[in-house]
Design a protein around this ligand. Structure first.
Ligand code: ADP
Ligand code: ASP
Ligand code: MG
Length: 404
């Protein structure tokens, strides 16, 4: 009997009707003879609403208490789904991250999974029950409740699929796979059948939130295949990675054999841009945050001043970075909030200067200024005004993925 690991995102469980639909879907898998381990996110916008609630009572909610609050979101959906399955006659049981044995470090709001001791899950699966696990959460060695970062239910599902040796992990969501651009923003985008881990990591790192970046990294580390599908249509979706069986065979038609291939455009918006300048001989900054930084680089100018650039996602706490004490008294800091980061994601090859000039020319012809650009192994990123982010995604998609 195979074990299916299925992760349902927030929109898939946003209402009682949708929860019952998911329960029926799980029932069908179970009737096909497979064991089923399900990971759920919080219903709809619950996590955002809980964060908003926290800010109504406190300007800077302590991370520990925020974790306690946010994990409640996934507890609601896991228990409702277990009840829905029970009402359809299929015994099911829900577990929190802690009950599932997901042990993390102590970094509240961005905890890393250390190990999984899923004894209770194993026992209940052995009894024939469908097990539902609350995504996005774990427990630290000090027995504190932790969360795995926004979008972290994907990480929970991947980690459990690895721990149980499942053949693949299915991420069921509101789009039918990974697209060449966010289908809500880029009308010319289309679904990608399969994408390699590296390109997927770059796509999700730069805002393609259909799959959480840490989940893809984890899957790559253990070679776990992923499939991203729509909960509603259950179409073929997108496979990560491209399997050897599906490799492109060599033929003259596939030439040039080596080429720079752009596979998608990602948009992260809004983002914060922090610029800092430290005088000659200043000590390295002691930034407290260990959260994700989308881009960073530094340069030393002729007079010895060190200039730093950091681009941070909206979820980061810019005050943790924009803190004079961490940079030293002689430093100057400048924080800009209303920006968007648009990124062309490449597969296998380096995205070079020619792509950069072409992209900048495309954007500037449409009156979109690029405040900062950066090329890297799999990504070519542009920082643009926030209100131009969606237009820039559409234009770059058109130029590099449609007009080819
Ligand atoms: P879930 O709640 O199921 O985890 P998310 O909202 O986290 O769903 O992710 C799905 C969303 O990701 C889609 O609705 C889509 O708008 C967005 N998205 C961004 N970039 C892409 C992309 N390249 N391909 C598909 N979806 C994308
Ligand atoms: N509910 C959490 C969030 O909104 C985790 C997830 O959905 O993956 O970020
Ligand atoms: Mg998600």
């Amino acid at each position: 009997m195979a074990l299916r690991v299925l992760k349902y995102g927030g929109t898939s469980v946003e209402s009682p009707v949708r929860i019952l639909e998911v329960a029926r879907q799980i029932l069908r898998y179970r009737e096909e003879g497979d064991e089923v381990l399900v990971v759920v996110s919080a219903m709809g916008q619950t996590t955002d609403e809980l964060i908003h609630l926290a800010h109504r009572v406190c300007r800077t909610p302590p991370r520990r208490e925020l974790d306690m609050l946010l994990t409640a979101g996934e507890r609601i959906s896991m228990s409702l789904l277990a009840m829905a399955l029970g009402s359809l006659g299929r015994p099911a049981i829900s577990f929190t991250g802690s009950q599932s044995g997901i042990v993390t470090d102590s970094q509240h709001a961005d905890a890393r999974i250390f190990s999984i001791r899923p004894f209770r899950i194993e026992d209940e699966i052995a009894k024939g029950k469908v097990v539902i696990v609350a995504g996005f959460q774990g427990v630290s060695p000090e027995k504190e409740v932790t969360t795995l970062g926004r979008g972290g239910s994907d990480t929970t599902a991947v980690a459990l699929a690895i721990r149980f040796g499942a053949e693949e992990c299915q991420i069921l969501t509101d789009v039918d796979g990974v697209w060449t651009g966010d289908p809500r923003v880029v009308p010319g985008a289309h679904r990608i059948d399969a994408i390699d881990y590296d390109a997927m990591i770059a796509l999700s790192h730069f805002g393609g939130r259909v799959l959480y970046r840490r989940a893809v990294r984890l899957a790559r580390r253990y070679g776990l295949p992923l499939r991203i599908r729509s909960t509603l249509t259950l179409g073929p979706g997108t496979r990560v990675p491209e399997t050897p069986a599906e490799r492109l065979p060599f033929s003259e038609e596939t030439c040039p054999m080596e080429s720079d291939r752009i596979v998608a455009v990602a948009l992260e918006s809004p983002v914060h841009w922090l610029r800092a300048a430290q005088p000659k001989d200043a000590s390295p900054p002691r930034v407290r945050s260990q959260g994700t930084c989308l881009l960073s680089f530094s340069e030393r100018t002729e007079d010895g001043t060190r200039r730093w650039h950091w681009v941070l996602p909206a979820g980061a706490s810019p005050e943790e970075w924009n803190d004079q004490e961490s940079w030293g008294s002689g430093a100057t800091l400048h924080l800009e909030r209303n920006l968007a980061l648009v990124t062309l994601v490449g597969d296998g090859a380096h995205l070079g200067a020619m792509h950069l000039f072409e992209a900048e020319a495309t954007l500037s012809a449409a009156g979109i200024p690029t405040v900062l650009s950066q090329t890297g192994a799999h990504a070519l990123s542009f920082l643009v005004p926030e209100e131009k982010g969606e237009d820039a995604s559409r234009l770059l998609h058109q130029r590099f993925l449609e007009d080819v």
